[in-house]
Design a protein around this ligand. Structure first.
Ligand code: MLC
Ligand code: AMP
Length: 514
């Protein structure tokens, strides 16, 4: 796809593509800079042959140049999260069997030691060529390999129910199918302009916002991080046509709006009203948030459903009824079915139908290729007839799908970030004073799931080494896990609630935090 994306960019040549902290750049700039960067990555080799290139770069120009350079050199782009501590970065470098690491100068110290220990080639983004040189003729650009669409393009790490996160491998063709589906459904156009502040190690920011924009010849304004006032001020310019975010962010924006004076409110609301479309996804959009947003901006949010493994699957319509609490119908090119608990495909999922509740299963060109180096997990994730099992439950009501939650209590969604309760429990159990623990997601207006842990300490402890309190346990986890995985509440208990078989009952654990 990169090639299709690159080919299309040549057609948008002098249009503005990116407004970033580093400056404003055209499609021509991007083509030129990514070609030069690709040749540095190649370092004389004819192509990267699917080698994984991990990169740690804040959202902005350098990020996009590096992503395109990896694609154009025939490598697999593995974006690492800038919020992650070294332990999580080390896990990705090892699991991905990274060929090289690219880091922004501001983050170099985070990966220098890790790369040296592993003998990995480490490049700072300035070594990839820096800003565009301008006025470079096509003949001055390096020759780059032909990369076929069925080749792996990207690997994003996502939590499952068991073990540590897995690498979700998507091909260029998968990404192209994901983009084309959204471009068609949401009517992306050349004169669109979108704000991007979502983290760029997830499909939401990478595919739905950045790649759809660049595919369409549109313009993307990139912020290094989410800041509610900055978002409102950008909206207030009335230049943006599109905005996409997760429910927690819409809530934060509402709070910020409520905290300012009437004139500012009017200015902000006017700006938001000027957009042609605002989208919410990655977690359930609470109906009160949808209603409040509509009251202050006049925008009825379009809620859609997706997953790293499939891109986007279901969406409310661009034109027509956007039903609160529902996620609409299958997107173009995406086949969706509901599998009943009895193992039969459910009836009534058609445009006018109503169905019972079942598991969402997905098939089609948007669906990922495999979990990296995990053939068994990949096999388990698909049915014998090739449908991907999402683990999400839904039902159809008068033609619109409604998400009912996940089959597993151990997969949580906090602020749009998926986390595995079992992974956090494993990390907690690695503390010498922890005897047992249970991590749960407690329903929360702000986070969706609030990650909470009940912990049983060892009966005896060394007097010289006092037992840890919740704060120390959180600090212990912060060194090991991404910040959003660290439980907001840690409760020390004498024992965990169990059923007659001795198994921990998670619903009862949740009640401890009620
Ligand atoms: C940050 N924190 C979180 C958190 N994000 N805690 C729980 N859940 C989260 N998601 C913690 C920090 O560790 C910190 O803790 C404190 O909150 C404040 O940190 P912050 O950096 O100031 O937070 P903030 O910038 O406000 O981040 C919140 C957020 C961010 C909502 C803006 O989480 C975000 O951008 N989420 C979007 C994630 C996303 O794009 N998901 C898409 C996945 S793809 P402490 O203890 O240090 O104070 C997908 C498929 C699909 O789902 O359908 O799209
Ligand atoms: P991720 O693995 O980070 O890609 O997260 C994907 C998961 O987010 C899905 O499996 C769903 O559980 C959840 N999700 C995404 N969009 C929605 C939505 N609109 N409503 C409810 N859950 C959603």
């Amino acid at each position: 796809m990169s090639l299709e994306l690159v080919g299309r960019a040549a057609g948008h040549a002098s249009r503005l593509a990116l407004d970033t902290p580093e400056g404003t750049f055209t499609y021509e700039d991007l083509l030129e800079a990514s070609a030069r960067a690709a040749s540095v990555l190649l370092d004389g080799r004819p192509e990267l042959g699917g080698a994984r290139v991990c990169f740690l770069i804040p959202s902005g120009w350098d990020y996009v140049v590096t992503q395109w350079a990896v694609w154009r050199a025939g490598g697999v782009a593995v974006p690492m999260a800038v919020s992650h501590p070294p332990a999580e970065l080390a896990y990705v470098l090892d699991d991905a069997e990274s060929d090289a690491v690219v880091a922004h100068p501001s983050l170099l110290d985070r990966v220098e030691g890790l790369a040296a220990e592993r003998g990995l080639r480490l490049l700072g983004t300035p070594e990839l060529g820096g800003p565009p040189a301008g006025a470079v003729g096509p003949l001055d650009l390096p020759a780059l390999p032909r990369v076929q669409p069925d080749r792996p393009a990207m690997m994003l790490y996502t939590s499952g129910t068991t073990g540590r996160p897995k690498g979700v491998v998507t091909t260029h063709a998968n990404i192209q199918a994901q983009v084309e589906s959204l471009v068609e459904a949401w009517g992306w156009r050349e004169d669109d302009r979108i704000l991007l502040h979502l983290p760029l190690h997830h499909v939401h920011g990478i595919v739905n916002v950045l790649t759809c924009a660049l595919w369409s010849g549109a313009r993307c304004e990139v912020l290094p991080r989410f800041d509610p006032v900055e978002v409102w001020e950008r909206l207030a310019t009335r230049r943006l046509t599109l905005y996409m975010a997760v429910p927690t962010i819409y809530r934060r924006l509402v709070e910020a709006w409520e905290g300012v004076d009437a004139d500012t409110r009017d200015r902000w609301s006017d700006g938001a009203r000027a957009c042609r479309l605002m989208v919410s996804g990655s977690a359930a959009l609470p109906v009160p948030t949808l209603e409040r947003w509509e009251a202050i901006t006049g925008q009825r949010l379009l809620e859609r459903y997706g997953m790293t493994e499939i891109g986007m699957g279901l969406s409310n319509p661009l034109h027509g009824e956007r039903r609160p609490g529902h996620v609409g119908r299958p997107l173009p090119g995406v086949e969706i079915r509901l599998m009943g608990d009895g193992g039969a495909v459910l009836e009534g999922t058609g445009p006018d139908g109503s169905s019972e509740a079942g598991e969402i299963q997905v098939r089609g060109p948007t669906v990922f290729k495999e979990y990296w180096r995990r053939p068994e997990a990949t096999e388990e994730a698909f049915t014998e007839d090739g449908w991907f099992r999402t683990g999400d439950r839904a039902q159809v009501e008068d033609g619109a799908f409604r998400i009912l939650g996940r089959s597993s209590v151990d997969i949580l969604k906090t602020g749009g970030e998926k986390v595995s309760a079992l992974e956090i429990e494993d990390a907690l159990r690695s503390h010498p004073s922890v005897r047992d623990c249970a991590v749960v997601g407690v329903p929360d207006e702000d986070w969706g799931d609030r990650v909470c842990a009940a912990v049983v300490l060892q009966a005896t402890s060394d007097a010289a080494d006092p037992p840890p309190d919740p704060q120390r346990l959180r600090a212990f986890l912060k060194e090991r896990l991404a910040p959003y995985k660290v439980p907001k509440d840690v409760l020390l208990v004498d024992d965990l609630p169990r059923n007659a078989m001795g198994k921990v009952t998670k619903p009862a654990v949740k009640e401890l935090f009620a």
